[in-house]
Design a protein around this ligand. Structure first.
Ligand code: G3I
Length: 323
């Protein structure tokens, strides 16, 4: 295959997730990161439960490993994620102080964290997955909402904006393509943020057989029509959404369907206007490292590389979308 992903994608960044352990391990993993990608997201080490393990005690060491590697290799870093109900330290969940003290603690956490990475982390998922999956997709009843009110999202964006006016601030959530009602709820949430938000992070945890191109395009259209940046944030493409526990390898049929879906997603992203472009991030390097396998408990091959770091047909689909 000629070239590589980051040179083929001339108008947007090609992102990959990583972990401090992968960076420290070096080898083929970091060689491929350097050759193919120009934007890194920490898979889990720049979340609150890792960075803020106890009140007044910050630990940015793992995030610094990722950021230092990115800086050394001329890569941007996307900060994921300041506020997420699934990565809230237990001391925050059980916070004993008043609501005002809670809000002050959150302002201090966001200010301290964004300041620590200022100039090295160009963009942040300020809030991740605030919307429930119930009917109408109301706000989740997280500790942030309970202690800071329904406008906690706006407050957190303001704290981040104050800390680093140059950072690109995103709201990030999932099922944006597969659920039109959740997509509408997300855009209403985004509209309420006004000029505090710069971009929409659409997690693209999808399958070889859906959601449709039309629904994926609707995510792009809604973002572009609002003049916002679009981050196709967490792309992986399940080849076993049927949950068949008996499959032991990726069939060539499924591999080719996955290739076509990667190509479709990249074509849709590549077609948006330059002003709305930011990055397309794949959520994992090798199939065997994907979170999906533990999450669904069945075999799957959702990424661009196999367990031996070989490019799959999916990789070729990504490149073909850009030719
Ligand atoms: O590797 C460490 C190990 O050294 C340590 O002993 C162990 C004990 O905590 O943790 C291990 O790290 C785990 C890490 O994944 C790497 O495997 C963490 O426990 C585990 O919580 C972490 O899960 C991550 C999850 O978010 C929660 O942070 C997944 O990797 C990551 O793929 C997943 O990503 C989320 C996005 O942030 C938001 N969208 C959904 C997506 C999938 O859930």
């Amino acid at each position: 295959n000629t070239g590589n992903l980051k040179t083929a994608a001339t108008t947007f960044s090609v992102g990959m997730i990583t972990r401090a352990s992968f960076i420290n391990g070096g080898g083929q993993h970091t060689e491929i990161l350097k050759d193919e990608f120009n934007n890194l997201t920490s898979e889990y080490e720049m979340k609150m439960n890792v960075m803020y393990p106890s009140q007044g005690n910050y630990d940015f060491s793992a995030g610094d490993v990722i950021v230092n590697f990115a800086q050394a290799n001329n890569m941007d870093v996307h900060g994921h994620a300041l506020i997420w109900h699934n990565a809230t330290p237990s001391w925050v969940e059980n916070f004993a102080g008043t609501d005002a003290e809670f809000e002050a603690m959150i302002e201090d956490y966001i200010t301290t964290t964004v300041n620590h990475f200022k100039g090295k982390v160009r963009s942040w998922d300020v809030v991740n997955e605030a919307l429930e999956d119930g009917t109408g997709h109301p706000l989740r009843n997280s500790v942030f909402r309970q202690k800071m009110g329904d406008d906690y999202i706006k407050k957190c964006f303001q704290f981040a904006r104050n800390a680093d006016p140059d950072a690109i601030l995103f709201y990030n959530d999932y099922n944006m393509a597969s659920s039109p009602t959740k997509r509408a709820a997300m855009f209403a949430l985004v509209d309420d943020l006004g000029d505090l938000i710069d971009g929409v992070g659409a997690q693209m945890h999808i399958s070889y057989n859906g959601p449709s191109a039309a629904n994926i395009q609707a995510v792009a259209d809604g973002t572009v029509s609002r003049g916002l940046k679009l981050h196709f944030a967490e792309l992986d493409i399940r080849t076993n959404p049927e949950g068949d526990s008996s499959v032991s390898s990726l069939s060539s049929d499924k591999a080719n369907s996955q290739k076509a879906k990667f190509k479709e997603v990249v074509e849709i992203y590549n077609a948006i206007p330059l002003d709305n472009k930011f990055a397309l991030t794949v959520w994992g390097l090798r199939d065997n490292e994907s979170w999906l396998i533990d999450f669904w408990g069945v075999p799957d091959w959702p990424l661009l590389y196999d367990e031996n770091y070989n490019r799959k047909p999916a990789y070729d689909g990504f490149i073909e979308a850009l030719q």
